[in-house]
Design a protein around this ligand. Structure first.
Ligand SMILES: NC(=O)c1ccc[n+]([C@@H]2O[C@H](COP(=O)([O-])OP(=O)(O)OC[C@H]3O[C@@H](n4cnc5c(N)ncnc54)[C@H](OP(=O)(O)O)[C@@H]3O)[C@@H](O)[C@H]2O)c1
Length: 296
C-alpha cells in the first residue's frame, strides 16, 4: 500500500470509506469542513489538512466524497482546490454522485493539467461503506482504473469498469432509478398491509425471502417498524439524484413515469419538513394519504 491518498469529504459515507483505506494500510491525509470528523480520522492514524489543496500536495490519489455537482467543482477546481495541489500524472477519483455531463467537463479540465480523473460513484449505503462492501461503478481511462483497483477493493466488493468519463455516473443514475422506485413499491406494500389489517411483522417475514425481496425490504422496512427515520441516505440527496435522472431523461426524450412519481412524492415529504431524514421516511407520505400508520 505504497500510495499516498488524500480524502476530501468526511460525511456519512466518506468517514467510513476513509477508515477502510487506513485499515488497508494506506497513508491518508483528510480534509473536511467538519472538524469533529477530521479529529476522529486523525485519532485513527490519518493526517489532517487545512484545505483540499493541502490534502493533494503529497498525494498520488485524491478521493472526493462530497454532496453535489457544485461541491465537486469547488473542491477540485476552486480556490485552494485539489487540482492546485496535485502533481502531474497523479489521479483524482470522484466518488460522489453528481451530473454525468459536468463530470465529463471536470475530467477535461483535470486532464488539461495532466492529471488523471475517474468518476467512481458507489452504492450500498452507510452499512456498505462501513463494511467495505460498496458497489463501485467507474468511468475514465481503463489503465488508470486498473492502477487504482486495490484502492477500490479496500472500500468495495463489486467493482465494475463502465467505460469513458461520465459512464460511472450514468450507471449510478440507473441504480438510483431502481432504488427509489423499489422504495416506493416497498412502502406501498407496507401501507396496504396496515390498511388491510395484516400482521405487518409476519407479512415482512413472509415476503422478504420470495420474489418481493429487496435491499429496501431488508434494510429500510425494519427501521420504519422502529419509527427510526435517521438518515443512512438523506431525502434531500435522493432528490438531488432524481433531479439528475430526470434531467438526463429529458435530454433523451425518455418517459420515466415511476421515477417522476416517486420524485413528486419525495417533494411532498420535503414539504413535510423531512429533507434531512432517511429515504425510508417516504412511507410517511403514504401514511398521510391513507390515514393509517405502519406499526408492528
Ligand atoms: N448516504 C448514502 O447512502 C449514499 C450512498 C451512495 C452515494 N452517496 C452519495 O455520496 C455523496 C456523499 O453522501 P453522504 O451521505 O456522505 O453525504 P453527507 O453526510 O452530507 O456528507 C457530505 C460531505 O461533503 C462535505 N461537503 C459538501 N460540500 C462541500 C464543499 N463544497 N466543500 C467541502 N466539503 C463539502 C460535507 O461537509 P459539511 O458537513 O461541512 O457540509 C460532508 O462532510 C453524495 O453525493 C451522495 O449522493 C450517498
Amino acid at each position: 500500500m505504497d500510495k499516498q491518498i488524500g480524502f476530501v469529504g468526511l460525511g456519512i459515507m466518506g468517514k467510513p470509506m476513509a477508515r477502510n483505506l487506513l485499515k488497508a494500510g494506506y497513508a491518508l491525509t483528510v480534509y473536511s469542513r467538519q472538524q469533529s470528523a477530521v479529529a476522529a480520522l486523525i485519532a485513527d492514524g490519518a493526517t489532517g489538512a487545512s484545505s483540499p489543496q493541502e490534502a493533494a500536495e503529497q498525494a498520488d490519489v485524491v478521493i472526493t466524497m462530497v454532496t453535489d455537482t457544485p461541491d465537486v467543482q469547488q473542491v477540485i477546481l476552486g480556490q485552494n482546490g485539489i487540482l492546485a495541489g496535485m502533481r502531474t500524472g497523479k489521479v483524482i477519483i470522484d466518488m460522489s454522485t453528481i451530473s454525468p455531463s459536468a463530470t465529463r467537463d471536470i475530467a477535461a479540465a483535470v486532464k488539461a493539467k495532466r492529471v488523471h480523473f475517474l468518476d467512481a460513484p458507489v452504492s450500498g449505503g452507510e452499512g456498505g461503506a462501513i463494511a467495505g462492501t460498496l458497489a463501485i461503478m467507474v468511468g475514465g481511462d481503463e489503465e488508470v482504473f486498473t492502477s487504482c483497483l486495490p484502492i477500490f477493493q479496500s472500500m468495495g466488493k463489486n467493482i465494475i469498469y463502465m467505460g469513458e468519463s461520465g459512464s460511472g455516473q450514468l450507471t449510478k443514475l440507473c441504480n438510483q432509478i431502481a432504488v427509489a422506485v423499489t422504495n416506493l413499491a416497498m412502502s406501498e406494500a407496507l401501507i396496504f398491509a396496515a390498511k388491510a389489517g395484516v400482521n405487518i411483522d409476519k407479512m415482512h417475514q413472509a415476503i422478504s425471502g420470495g420474489a418481493a425481496g429487496s435491499w429496501q425490504l431488508s434494510h429500510l422496512a425494519p427501521r420504519i417498524f422502529q419509527r427510526d427515520f435517521t438518515p443512512g441516505f438523506m431525502v434531500k440527496l435522493q432528490q438531488k439524484d432524481l433531479r439528475l435522472v430526470l434531467h438526463e431523461a429529458d435530454q433523451l426524450q425518455l418517459a420515466l413515469p415511476a421515477t417522476s412519481l416517486v420524485h413528486n412524492l419525495f417533494n411532498a415529504l420535503e414539504t413535510m419538513g423531512a429533507g434531512n431524514e432517511g429515504t425510508q421516511a417516504l412511507v410517511k407520505v403514504l401514511e398521510q394519504l391513507a390515514g393509517v400508520k405502519v406499526e408492528t
